[in-house]
Structure formats: structure tokens, C-alpha cells
Design a protein around this ligand. Structure first.
Ligand code: ZN
Length: 488
């Protein structure tokens, strides 16, 4: 009889691709799942997981929290692969190099960044492959303007080189440069179609929010899919659609029925978060979203912005400062229903939009664990998956447990679609041993808008490439088994 490196014994194994949902032993060796068995397996290490769910590790399509500290919070929420696809990074080689040099507890991957390439061409930014490149320049008007054809060609060439370097697709933050010519967006989508990789869009304004928009933000995405053949992924459809989500999802449904490839994701919170210098937070247009300066609260500060003068001042002084944008009231069932419909939409992925941690005092030290006092974030960074499993599965019954697991694992693996992802999101022999083990009766988010980085509860074990990152509910700070995921 084979003796495996690790056996997870007697758990309820959920494999969304085969539909397996039964008590099994899982044998792991050499970083891969080797056997899924109805009879007991032998292992050097055997962990009794009776009463717990064993499923593929969660794959987050949308995390801006790329350092070790961010990974660790996400590990305690069941995540095993952290992908930065919406903002992306430019150049991706630098982002991969940095993560490999420092080590990461979770697997990581990057799309290339249309916005940062645009900043380089139009605003002279010299990017280093970090989210800070985008945040530091978010409010500068030079990069947000329509570009002449020669500049668009240069931007497309830069993106093409990054795709050749292994980028997982193209992140398109068009919502942050909402006046660009729609032909540029189509040119970027056409590049993605040629490369056979997805785009990841933060949509520009919906026509309901800005009648003067060059094109409706939702129409633009589905049109690009239909006209170029590209796979267009619609990021956080909840937060850009707000109360117009039914119209947007109806449009997605229609073009899908016609054969276009448009996928979606959502997160289960009513507040968004971005840099306060974002184009759509300009004081003169806030009202279009039904917002006032008092709908905004700076991360790490008490209360909300007092008035328009305060908003103008912080946009000028610190445009990259993270700000809560209170879009929908989570305590109002009618408003929360918009978010539920985005999450329950057919084949929608759960994705966090995790934001970089803010260190309010002292110098940021992403290697420190446990995190010191004064580190804050949006609660979605630490709590998205626990919240889906607690609120939407256990308390509301909106999704079955198996369906929720599918939306956290197989669905995002298939959105990314590169060969390396065919070994993830699955518990089958030959697949990567990225596994999450949780108690379905207690799993829960604990992070709130007040205590923003409280780790989720109920995740007993998180295994990445066959190695424990979380064991018996405790994070192992010395464990850095994360590997790069690229399109190569
Ligand atoms: Zn976004």
C-alpha cells in the first residue's frame, strides 16, 4: 500500500468538477493530490478531518493585497491562490520577481495593467510592477485623457510584450479613465483575443449614472466580447452596477446566449473602496451615484468626510488614500438583495477586491505576524469567503454549500483558463494539492467596518502545494510555499 506524504482523513470532500460530495480520504505527495479514496489511506502525516469539508483552495481573481501580510489574512479566509487581475501590474516580470524573491504563503499571479502602461506613455510614469504605481498616479489627468492613435499603438505594444512574459491577461481600469475613446478599449480587447487570454475590466460609468459617458460601461464590455471574440471578465459587478445590477446582468445573459464569453464576479459587501482621487469620486459628479461626501470615509480615520471642501482637500493632498464608498446599506434587505443577485448570477465567481493593508503607525512590515495594532483594511480583505459561507449559504440559503464552493474554486480557475489553472480548483489525482478544510457549521467572517482585519473563523487547515499554511486554525508564519501562476 502506498504511503503518502499527507493524508486528510475522513472529511466531506467536495470536488465541483466531478460533482463528488462524499466522505473520502485524500492522499497528497510531491505537492499533488494522488488519490481520493473511499477506504482509508496511509500517510507519513495523517490528519483527522472528520466532520469538516475538504475542498479545493479558494482562488481569488481580484486581490490588490499582494504582500505576505495580505496573503496571510486571505489564507485564514480559505484562499490558496491570490491573483491581481483587475488593476494588474506593469511590467508583470517585476511583480513576479518581487514575489519570488520575498516568498509568498499563497500562489500568486498577475495580469498586465492597461492603466499603468497608459500612465507610462501619457504621463511619463516609470512603473515598477507594484499597485503603488497605479495608486500614486490615480488622480493625474494626463493619463485619463483620450489618446492619439500612435500612443494607443504604443500602449498595445507594451501590453503585448507583457503577455509574452506570462501575464494572465489584461486588467483594464477603464472606470478610472472614463472619457477615453471606446476604440481604444476595443483595440485592447482585440489584443487579448489574439493572445487567447481574458481581459478584466472595472467598467466605466453606466448610462444611468452619467448620461454623457462615451459609451455605457456594461454595453462596452459585452460589445467588445461580441465584436472581438475576447473573453471579457466583468469585475465586481456589484459595486459598479449598484442598484442597476439587474439591467447589467440581463445584458450579460443576452450576449452569453448569443455565444459571447463574458464572465462576472462579485463580493458580499455594500461598501466599495478605492483611492479617493478616482475619477468617479469627483465632488461634482458624486450625486450621480446618490452619494455625498458624507458617503465616504477614509480608511484609518474616524467617521465620514465632512463636506465637499474636505473631499477636495484630500483628493489634492493624498489622491491614493483608501476610502470607503458606502454604496448600498447592507442592513436594508432590499439594498442587500442587489448584492445577492450579483453573487447568485449563473457562474458568477466570488472575488474579494482585497485592498492593500494600511499601516496607521510605524513603518509597514508585511513580514510581521501576528499583525500589530493599527493595521487596517476593508473587511472584504479578511472576510469575503467566510461571509459567503456564513451569510449566503448557512443563514440565507441563497446558495447550496457545494455551489458556493464551486464559485470560490472551479469557476475562477476556469475564468483564468490558462493550463496551470486546470490543475487547480479541483480535488482529483494529478491536481495541485491546494486544499481548504473548514467546518461548515461554524465558518464565518469576523472582520467588520470597525475591526477590519479580524481573520475569519472555521478554516481548520489550508494547504498550498501540499504544505500547511494554516494548521488547526493557526497561521504558520514560516510557511511560504506559494508558487507563481503564469500563462506560459
Ligand atoms: Zn475595481
Amino acid at each position: 500500500m502506498t504511503t503518502y506524504d499527507l493524508v486528510l482523513s475522513g472529511g466531506r470532500v467536495i470536488d465541483p468538477e466531478t460533482g463528488l460530495d462524499a466522505v473520502r480520504d485524500v492522499g497528497v505527495s510531491g505537492g499533488q493530490v494522488r488519490e481520493v479514496s473511499a477506504t482509508p489511506l496511509a500517510g507519513v502525516t495523517v490528519v483527522d478531518v472528520r466532520g469538516l469539508v475538504v475542498c479545493p483552495g479558494f482562488i481569488d481573481l481580484h486581490s490588490h493585497s499582494a504582500d505576505q501580510a495580505g496573503h496571510r489574512l486571505q489564507a485564514l479566509d480559505g484562499v490558496t491562490t491570490v491573483l491581481e487581475l483587475e488593476a494588474g501590474s506593469y511590467p508583470v516580470a517585476a511583480a513576479y520577481r518581487q514575489a519570488a524573491a520575498e516568498g509568498r504563503p499563497l500562489n500568486y499571479g498577475f495580469a498586465t495593467s492597461w492603466a499603468v502602461a497608459r500612465m507610462a506613455v501619457l504621463a511619463g510614469v516609470r512603473p515598477g510592477g507594484d499597485i503603488d504605481d497605479f495608486m500614486a498616479n490615480i488622480g493625474r489627468p494626463e493619463w485619463q485623457r483620450p489618446a492619439p492613435a500612435a500612443a494607443v499603438r504604443r500602449i498595445v505594444e507594451m501590453l503585448e510584450r507583457d503577455l509574452a512574459d506570462g501575464a494572465l491577461g489584461i486588467g483594464i481600469l477603464v472606470g478610472y479613465a472614463p472619457r477615453i475613446d471606446p476604440s481604444e478599449y476595443l483595440a485592447v480587447a482585440a489584443l487579448a483575443a489574439r493572445a487567447g487570454l481574458p481581459t478584466y475590466t472595472h467598467a466605466r460609468e453606466l448610462v444611468e449614472l452619467d448620461a454623457t459617458t462615451p459609451i455605457d460601461g456594461a454595453e462596452e464590455i459585452v460589445k467588445a466580447a461580441a465584436e472581438t471574440g475576447a473573453h471579457m471578465h466583468y469585475c465586481h459587478v456589484n459595486s459598479t452596477s449598484i442598484q442597476h445590477v439587474d439591467r447589467v446582468l440581463g445584458l450579460v445573459e443576452r450576449v452569453r446566449a448569443e455565444g459571447a464569453r463574458v464572465t462576472t464576479e462579485a463580493y458580499p459587501y455594500g461598501a466599495g473602496m478605492t483611492g479617493v482621487g478616482a475619477a468617479f469620486l469627483a465632488p461634482e459628479i458624486l450625486h450621480r451615484r446618490g452619494l455625498t461626501p458624507h458617503s465616504l470615509g477614509l480608511l484609518g480615520a474616524e467617521g465620514r468626510l465632512a463636506d465637499e471642501a474636505a473631499l477636495r482637500e484630500v483628493r489634492r493632498r493624498d489622491p491614493g488614500a483608501a476610502v470607503f464608498v458606502h454604496l448600498l446599506d447592507e442592513h436594508d434587505p432590499a439594498q442587500f438583495a442587489f448584492i445577492e443577485r450579483a453573487l447568485a448570477f449563473p457562474d458568477a465567481a466570488v472575488a474579494t477586491d482585497a485592498v492593500p493593508l494600511l499601516w496607521r503607525s510605524g513603518t509597514a512590515d508585511p513580514t510581521a505576524w501576528p499583525l500589530p495594532e493599527g493595521v487596517v483594511s476593508h473587511p472584504r480583505t479578511a472576510g469575503t469567503y467566510g461571509r459567503v459561507l456564513r451569510l449566503l449559504v448557512r443563514e440565507k440559503g441563497l446558495l447550496s454549500l457545494a455551489e458556493a464552493v464551486r464559485r470560490c474554486t472551479l469557476v475562477p480557475a476556469d475564468v483564468v483558463g490558462v493550463p496551470a489553472m486546470r490543475r487547480k480548483g479541483r480535488v482529483q489525482p494529478g491536481c495541485d494539492a491546494d486544499l481548504t478544510v473548514f467546518d461548515p457549521s461554524t465558518v464565518a467572517d469576523r472582520a467588520t467596518y470597525e475591526s477590519t482585519i479580524l481573520p475569519s473563523a472555521g478554516f481548520a487547515h489550508v494547504v498550498v502545494g501540499g504544505e500547511f499554511v494554516v494548521r488547526d486554525g493557526e497561521l504558520l508564519p514560516e510557511s511560504l510555499p506559494g508558487r507563481p501562476v503564469t500563462a506560459l
